[in-house]
Design a protein around this ligand. Structure first.
Ligand SMILES: [Zn+2]
Length: 144
């Protein structure tokens, strides 16, 4: 585990404690799996990664732990169409997602032009943006 992952793990653990959740060995395995994930795993994928650390982790514990962390804002839940609920740490820099309809791959991107355009639109409508989600669904162009 890298230093960065250990720091994330500490943060996740104190977040759960703050929410009054008892830290069990199984929960630590789930947190470690989350801290070590840079992609957008499903609950089932997190279960598999958690079980590499502790085979006694159950899907129910994964769901419960994720729901506490989503509730506290530490973990983001993305409901991508056709790809199910995908989880990622909320402390990553802001980005949007492109979902590959054929493979289910989730690709992260950021565009200063899009961010700026959204600000302008909200401004014109008299709003401050609190948050936004932008999802693009596509198919890879065939290579000629
Ligand atoms: Zn993402």
């Amino acid at each position: 585990m890298t230093t960065a992952e250990a720091e994330i793990l500490d943060e996740l653990e104190s977040e759960l404690r703050a929410e009054g959740v008892r830290i069990t060995r199984q929960r630590m395995a789930i947190l470690a799996a989350l801290a070590g994930s840079t992609d957008h795993p499903t609950a089932e994928e997190l279960l598999a990664r958690s079980r590499e650390r502790d085979p006694s982790v159950s899907l129910a514990t994964v769901y419960r732990t994720l729901s506490v962390l989503v509730e506290s804002g530490t973990v983001l839940r993305n409901d991508f169409e056709g790809a199910g609920a995908r989880f990622e740490l909320a402390n990553k820099p802001h980005h949007d997602h492109l979902i590959d309809l054929d493979t289910g791959d989730v690709i992260e991107f950021t565009s200063r032009r899009i961010e700026k355009l959204q600000e302008e639109i909200a401004e014109e409508l008299g709003y401050d943006i609190v948050f936004h989600r932008l999802e693009l669904y596509g198919r890879a162009k065939k290579k000629v």
